[in-house]
Design a protein around this ligand. Structure first.
Ligand SMILES: *Cc1c(COP(=O)(O)O)cnc(C)c1O
Length: 395
């Protein structure tokens, strides 16, 4: 059940997706009516949070341990460790492997910035790899040219929730003696050859920020099958405390609250239903947009079950014009992501990752959340088709 328009207090329900402070000029034209993402919250979530509030245990409690156990079980992993955010979880994952100053970590550039900045947070250097142009995932064949004596790990991303080429990544990491780590922020519930993501490397991070398939407002989780890694992660999360006021490592306060963990447990129970609805919507949209000239719908790799966090197409011509056309008609379309290596913090070096840069010129992500109605899906597809026509004529 989904609350329509009302919050608990009876006030109009505000959109739970944080608005960027500075709007792009085109976005100012129309407030999107069809948002990119929409959390599936109902009475169950409100009740779960209410119970935590009346229990009095707000942190370090049974909701966290329950969420860890249940999320790990869903992904066939032995240990789960919750974190205040996916980004904190990534930094903890790197620290747990003693990755730090002087070390290099290979990451894709086609990702959210914190895949790379978490490497900087621990004092190490991110080294950007190119992508497979179909799946937008890190290309294992690009790794050998980037390996140096300082390379410690490959932190791969399951772009849009579609698992990377894990067999090839494992093989190349084994050949060069590198650790494999997963940024599975977008991929809760995704599978590769029938195996859930989260245990292909030493550890894997998941995010529960509101654009993801399931959300706790903010939050993250690391999965691992290694008990020592899980212990280190718990220490780092909680001030390095082995027992009360005995601090054995320099830790942080990276804890998830009990309210958030309770939300997460309810959301996790909805994950499969959310994925089923998304898969049906994606299949419909792929058929519909497959017949629109100038649009390439997302490529589905054989042997993998994507979590479809994003629906990313390629637009042959006039991508920005198509995006603006959609924004003006109330459809929140976005470029996910302007490549990390071209950001000001990384010196804007262009020309070094041709496939990433080519994809970034053409890619466009359309709303594809679990609550889209058939009418909204049709409206999105029709508007894309018109937008492509208009973009072509204006050339
Ligand atoms: C969302 C996301 C993150 C960051 O997670 P937060 O919970 O927002 O800190 C990192 N990497 C990728 C690929 C993401 O999509």
């Amino acid at each position: 059940t989904v609350l329509a328009g009302k919050g608990v207090t009876g006030h109009p329900r505000r959109d739970p997706i944080a608005r960027p402070d500075a709007k792009e000029p085109d976005e100012a034209a129309a407030e999107p009516r069809i948002r990119l993402a929409k959390p599936d919250f109902g009475e169950e979530e409100i009740e779960a949070v209410r119970e935590v509030l009346s229990s009095g245990t707000l942190t370090n409690g049974p909701e966290n341990t329950g969420f860890e156990r249940e999320f790990a079980a869903r992904h066939d992993a032995e240990h789960g460790v919750t974190f205040a955010s996916g980004t904190a979880a990534l930094a903890a994952m790197l620290l747990a492997e003693d990755i730090g100053p002087g070390d290099e970590v290979i990451v894709p550039s086609m990702t959210f910035i914190s895949t790379a900045t978490s490497v900087c947070h621990v004092g190490a250097t991110p080294v950007f790899a190119d992508i497979d142009p179909w799946s937008f995932n890190l290309d294992p064949a690009d790794i050998p040219r980037l390996v140096t004596p300082r390379t410690r790990a490959v932190l791969t991303v399951h772009y849009a929730g579609q698992p990377g080429d894990m067999d090839a990544l494992r093989a190349v990491c084994a050949r060069y003696g590198l650790l494999l780590l997963e940024d599975a922020a977008q991929a809760a519930g995704a599978g590769y050859r029938g195996i859930p993501v989260g245990t292909f490397g030493k550890s894997a991070m998941f995010s529960f920020t509101p654009t993801k398939n399931i959300t706790t407002g903010e939050g993250g989780m690391v999965l691992t099958n290694d008990v020592r890694t899980a212990e280190k992660l718990r220490l780092l999360r909680n001030h390095g405390q082995q027992q009360l006021y005995k601090h054995t490592v320099i830790g942080y306060n990276w804890r998830l609250t009990e309210m958030q963990a309770a939300l997460g447990r309810v959301q996790l129970r909805k994950l499969d239903a959310i994925l089923t609805r998304k898969r049906a919507n994606v299949a419909w949209m792929n058929r519909r947009l497959g017949s629109v000239p100038g649009i390439t719908p997302p490529f589905q790799k054989p042997h993998s079950a994507s979590a479809h966090m994003l629906y990313t197409c390629l637009v042959d011509e006039g991508r920005d014009a198509v995006r603006d056309f959609l924004l003006r008609r109330g459809i929140e379309a976005r470029v996910y992501f302007p490549p990390a290596h071209t950001q000001p913090i990384f010196g804007r070096v262009r020309g070094c990752l041709p496939k990433t840069e080519e994809a970034a010129r053409r890619m466009l992500s359309l709303p594809m959340h679990s609550q889209l109605t058939p009418a909204e899906l049709s409206y999105i597809a029709d508007t894309v088709e018109k937008g492509v026509g208009v973009a072509r004529m204006s050339r």
